[in-house]
Design a protein around this ligand. Sequence first.
Ligand code: NA7
Length: 540
Amino acid sequence: MGEKQFDAIVVGAGFAGLYMLHKLRERGLKVRVIEAADGVGGTWYWSRYPGARCDSDSIFYTFTFSKELYQKWRWPERYSAQPDILKYLNFVADELNLRPDIQFETRVTKASFNDKKKKWEIETDTNEKLEAKYFISGVGCLSTTNIPPFEGVETFKGEKYHTGRWPHEGVDFTGKRVVIIGNGSSGVQAMPIIAKQAKELTLLMRTPHYVAEARNHPLTTEQQDKAMANYEYIRNAFFTTPGGIHSYSTGKSATELPPEEQKKQLEYVWESGGLALGSVFSDVGVSKETNFVVSQFVRDKIDEIVEDPEVAKKLHPDYYITTKRLIIGTNYYEIFNEDHVNLVSLKENPIVRIVENGVELENGTIECDAIVFATGYDSMTGSILRMDIRGRDGQPLKEKWENGKVVKTYLGLSVQNFPNFFMITGPQSPSVLTNMPSSIEQHVDWIDRCIEYLEENNVQTIEAKEDAEVEWAKQCDDIANTTLFPYTNSWYTGANLDGSTKRSGFVIYVGGLNNYRKICDEVADKNYEGFLLDGANVLS
Ligand code: NA7
């Protein structure tokens, strides 16, 4: 095999790319990971905004495929801060000696399937041409930043930042007037920290969101020891739970409980902190009655915390709780009691344009020294489509997916007409609703097992069959339609992006990681049912 020829090219050196490299290399394959940054980490390399922190408990937000690796690392806090996750991924890269097979500071620009050679030809922004049998995307669902096309954005004379591309040296907002646009997880985490420094902080809010208290705290040595001893319990969550994480639940619908018991349970999870508002009752995602009980509880909490009733009312979310990702924050609602923190509802007072000295709203201009865009990502498909991926006959993936508007995959893993192309945490998989490392391990293990099968049976190519894609899209839609998800516009449907990229169909499998895993395993057990295999020893 030549210097530029590989068995597999993997894009991205975050959790996904690192584990994929490890697995395939253990299988004896020649693998190269291509990574745009100058270090490992993926999202956790770039997202260095103040307060950046994971919203899964750290003892679950970690690899569990190796007990030895799991037990070698101690998480310092209940929810890991970005620098600690980045340290962890560097530790993993060193422990598994992954760096020699990662090419940093390189971006894949194009990948085309050559039907004659049955190989992927990969081009990079460093003008290299590489060849591989397998082309695997580990680019993640939330990595291509979205700055909405506000008129005049280039005319602003102050500082501009996006939370997902924060300067590595940090930013000092002391004495500055700061406007922040966006109150998703990133904005909610950043605001209390920025508020401590800034002379004035104004949130321009399009949709109020539900924010549960994190109750983050350092982990004591005793708690860390317990996590190590509980390795099997933690690993088990990756396999048996819908979210790949254990979360407190009564196992009952709120409607089965008297109001005082509902309140007691909700108070308990509010005080314990974290994502359990979404799991305390079994049917919060499907029953309007239960959903109302939980969402009203949060609205009541907002009224208790925020002193000005007008401001509190503006902060009231009105969509079904958990149909957008529940946000985990620390002292978020509290900052609105501070005199120098202002809230503008964009529904009442929309942005007209960005001007030299601030943001012009319908009812006047807010002057500022810095604008923080906490406006999220071109989610699910943005990073995949940024690469010019071409399948058989040069068909661009962009064309097949109509620029991200219509996603067609089988299991979120494979695409018809794109042989030997795999996606880790791709659209139409459950990943964004889960603890990411749980989904990543499941995807990587499945792809690895598939490649083992192909190699052992001398199969040249594998790809989704067209009818399997149609059926999978239908399955994703059908399951979503039994829940409250379709009632809410969210980035799950691409609705946060302005312009042409709104999607049809539901791009997440909402049936849970545990069920998804079973489906994927059954497909493999049945010699890759729904896939077209082209090779010597198997019948497709
Ligand atoms: P999110 O969750 O996508 O949040 C983006 C925020 O930006 C959200 O409040 C959006 O409002 C707002 N936004 C987006 N476009 C606009 C425009 N045009 N005008 C005003 N406001 C806008 O991204 P995050 O980075 O916070 O979090 C991403 C994930 O990271 C999160 O789910 C966790 O998994 C970790 P909207 O709510 O759409 O009205």
